[in-house]
Design a protein around this ligand. Structure first.
Ligand SMILES: NC(=O)c1ccc[n+]([C@@H]2O[C@H](COP(=O)([O-])OP(=O)(O)OC[C@H]3O[C@@H](n4cnc5c(N)ncnc54)[C@H](OP(=O)(O)O)[C@@H]3O)[C@@H](O)[C@H]2O)c1
Length: 331
């Protein structure tokens, strides 16, 4: 369904991803960037000027109180997702919160409870779920196109040289590779196989205690998924889905893919079909559109990426963390 209603957006936490998101927001018909908020007014004003937002606030709370804003995109570090989402929802706002929705399942449950109580829309900004290539590959895998799927191999690593206090390595901000990028391979395994029967996980740590390499094997009745993430090297970032009759490769970087390949037959690379699906903008376009459609239809959650999906994903991540001995200081 086409979005015909103008939806007024607010953005809080004006860092790297907020910038990319604001660029894509400008591409979505009937999306209007009404206001932005930073902890510093000067930054908010600069961001507002660059992205043509009407209002600039020097505090997140002030934006929550702006009656003209319908939905708030939360782009702050992980540790603050739950508290800020809850505060925004209590102020009557719909929320699109960056991944991971919170740092653990307990927080996610609280957020869902608030969304239901306040009767407001809430969605985790799991943009890969709405990426055209990723979406189609998940559908193809489930459709039997490559036979019975029994193995998923997905990684997401990049080399990160940043100070210990940065959000990447700071445990107080729930830094570390699992919550930052590991959630993507876990998401793919979950989207194809569902909840695992058994998890085996291990990690290596930064001097701060944040995980810098995390590996997990997820076992399901119908197969196995091998997921890996890290901050100490680049990885292929090609996601591979294997079935009894073929393979699907989601091309690099698979979480924001522009193409994928299907290989037919168990032992051949010859029968390769390449499908190119360039995203609109960087790819945030689709999750933005999903939120706007839900708001227009009066839905309180997305059917594509529901509260239950976010909670089940978080429970898997909690179990991986538990096995790695990874706890945040505020837990
Ligand atoms: N979907 C994706 O592809 C993608 C990619 C990267 C990151 N992310 C997610 O987006 C979120 C933000 O990541 P980012 O890379 O944009 O981070 P970033 O560049 O560090 O920006 C985060 C912003 O949060 C605000 N903030 C609030 N409390 C803070 C604190 N204690 N320390 C530092 N900043 C604080 C700051 O904005 P103000 O100064 O304006 O208040 C800061 O600029 C994370 O949840 C991350 O997982 C998603």
């Amino acid at each position: 369904m086409l979005v015909t209603k103008t939806i007024n957006w607010g953005i809080i936490g004006l860092g790297s991803i907020a910038n990319s998101f604001a660029k894509d927001l400008a591409l979505v018909p009937n999306a209007h960037l009404k206001g932005v908020a930073s902890r510093t007014k000067k930054k908010a004003k600069e961001f507002a000027k660059e992205h043509h937002a009407e209002k600039a606030y020097g505090s997140y709370e002030k934006l929550f109180k702006d009656a003209s804003i319908d939905i708030i995109y939360i782009a702050t570090p992980h540790d603050s997702h739950a508290a800020l989402s809850i505060a925004a929802m209590k102020a009557g706002k719909a929320v699109l919160c960056e991944k991971p929705l919170a740092v653990n399942a307990k927080q996610v449950k609280k957020m869902i409870k608030t969304a239901k109580k306040q009767k407001v829309f809430m969605m985790e900004a799991f943009w890969s779920k709405f990426n055209p290539s990723v979406k189609q590959c998940i559908d193809l895998a489930k459709s039997g196109r490559i036979g019975e799927v029994n193995y998923v191999n997905a990684d997401f690593c990049f080399y990160k040289d940043a100070p210990a206090e940065s959000r990447m390595f700071n445990l107080d901000l729930a830094g570390g590779s699992l919550l930052d990028v590991g959630v993507y391979p876990v998401f793919l395994a979950y989207s194809i196989f569902g909840k695992p029967e058994k998890i085996l996980a291990t990690a290596r740590f930064h001097e701060t205690g944040a995980d810098i390499q995390t590996a997990a094997i997820l076992k399901y009745k119908q197969g196995i998924a091998n997921v890996f993430c890290g901050f100490v090297s680049e990885s292929d970032t090609v996601a591979k889905i294997y079935g009894t009759k073929g393979r699907i490769y989601i091309d690099s970087r698979w979480h924001e893919a522009q193409s994928y390949r299907i290989v037919d037959g168990p032992n051949s690379n010859h029968n390769q079909e390449i499908v190119v699906k360039p995203t609109r903008g960087k790819g945030f376009f689709y999750e933005i559109q999903e939120c706007m459609q839900c708001l227009q239809e009066g839905k309180l959650e997305s059917e594509e990426w529901s509260h239950k999906n976010s909670l089940e994903l978080m429970k898997i991540v909690d179990e991986i963390r538990e096995q790695c001995g990874l706890k945040y200081p505020f837990e």
